[in-house]
Design a protein around this ligand. Structure first.
Ligand SMILES: C[S@@+](CC[C@H](N)C(=O)[O-])C[C@H]1O[C@@H](n2cnc3c(N)ncnc32)[C@H](O)[C@@H]1O
Length: 249
């Protein structure tokens, strides 16, 4: 995949995946208990909309924000400065499947729109050791909302993320990995449109013009239009679930 087009597409966006400040807040206040100065790890933070929200929601928190793509971390630093929370956010360029932290470092591990990169089963198993016993893992993940998705939707997910499951199967995986299921809720459609698909739609025409003679870029842009069109037509069939787990019982 052409890195430069992907970067141009997603840099300087409010966020790089579905989500919203309201959902981050709702999930943060669903965490049953945290110390006054929690250590939080935000994995696949992107340019950090949710990182900054977490810093505001938890004034005593120290947040480590990990992403593999350096320009997102630069953007996060600028935004955190503007929000007055930069002193409590520590950006780290690293890959989420080899996190450079000692075991049990975090009270809360946060992952909005990023666990799919490892797959939910691998992700929750690999991250467990970084969460102290009794700590929490909050993440969003693609799920089926229907047992009988339409053929077009099924084909799309088979191509992009065959790992997609329903909420119950995700719960079974989490419990087998030694977590306790605390709560979950689906992201509303506004969390897909307001800060993600609508800003993408705004920038697509200029990119389509810029990359008119670049077949690989055209294919990527067409794929994004297809994804957005599919969500517009079929959002009752799939979506993102925000899930909260406790490490242990
Ligand atoms: C869909 S975006 C979500 C970003 C942000 N959490 C949000 O909700 O706006 C996924 C993020 O994961 C990052 N990423 C991709 N592969 C990664 C890896 N192996 N390790 C860490 N981050 C990764 C991408 O650079 C991107 O910022």
């Amino acid at each position: 995949m052409d890195e430069s087009i992907i970067c141009t597409l997603f840099e300087n966006m409010p966020r790089q995946g579905p989500g919203s400040a309201a959902c981050t807040k709702k999930m943060f206040f669903s965490v049953p208990e945290l110390p006054e100065h929690p250590a939080i790890l935000d994995t696949g933070c992107g340019s950090g909309m949710q990182t900054i929200d977490l810093a505001r929601l938890s004034p005593g928190a120290r947040i480590t924000a990990v992403d593999v793509h350096a320009p997102f971390l630069v953007d996060l630093r600028t935004r955190a400065d503007a929000a007055g929370v930069a002193a409590r956010i520590h950006p780290v360029q690293a890959t989420m499947d080899m996190l450079p932290f000692p075991a049990g470092s975090f009270d809360l591990l946060w992952a909005e729109g990023s666990i799919f990169i490892m797959g939910v089963e691998r992700g929750i198993a690999a991250w467990k050791k970084f969460i102290r016993p009794g700590g929490y893992l909050a993440f969003t993940e693609a799920v089926w909302f229907t047992a009988a998705p339409s053929a077009e939707v099924k084909r799309f997910w088979q191509e992009v993320y065959p790992d997609i499951k329903d909420v119950r199967d995700t719960q079974t995986i989490a419990e087998k990995a030694g977590y306790t299921w605390i709560t979950s809720f689906p992201l509303p459609a506004s969390a897909w449109w307001d800060d993600y698909y609508n800003p993408l739609l705004t920038r697509l025409p200029a990119l389509e013009e810029k990359y008119r003679t670049h077949p690989e870029a055209q294919a990527i842009l067409a794929g994004i239009r297809r994804e957005i069109g599919l969500y517009r037509e079929h959002s009752s069939e799939y979506g993102y679930q925000f899930i909260l787990l406790k490490n242990g019982e």
